[in-house]
Design a protein around this ligand. Structure first.
Ligand SMILES: [Zn+2]
Length: 134
């Protein structure tokens, strides 16, 4: 069950075109808007600056043209996913939907026989033999 919504909103073609034109701006060479290195074919990612799972809209302002490796994958795995996992955890906790914690069940120990005489401790190793040679 997802509390943050299930529908993923990718950038429409018009937004991707506008973002690509923006990243080519000064000299016509497409460059990563995060690290500034020239983009290579196949290594382009239209990155949600605010993650889609956290309410980021598929608009031009929220779109960054980044290199897939290393910029976009690093942001996705090191920042966005942990934030969304935490958002899920907080939402589940606040709505009382988290998994119930199981208490540890002890394997149990044998009960010691009741000691009626305080002055003479029971020999717990050999309860069949009484102490003091009796
Ligand atoms: Zn980059």
């Amino acid at each position: 069950m997802k509390l943050r919504g299930t529908e993923r909103k990718e950038f429409p073609l018009s937004v991707r075109k506008a973002a690509f034109a923006r990243c080519c701006k000064p000299d016509g060479i497409p460059k990563c808007e995060n690290c500034g290195k020239p983009l290579r074919p196949g290594n382009i990612e239209y990155e949600h600056l605010t993650p889609d799972g956290l309410g980021g809209e598929p608009t031009l302002e929220n779109c960054g043209v980044w290199c897939r490796v290393p910029c976009s994958s690093a942001k996705t795995h090191k920042e966005d996913n942990p934030r969304m996992v935490k958002a899920d955890r907080v939402l589940k906790k606040s709505f009382g939907l988290e998994r119930k914690k199981k208490a540890f069940q002890s394997r149990g120990f044998e009960k010691r026989p009741r000691q009626n005489n305080a002055s003479r401790p029971i020999n717990k190793w050999r309860p069949d033999i009484e102490e003091n040679g009796q």
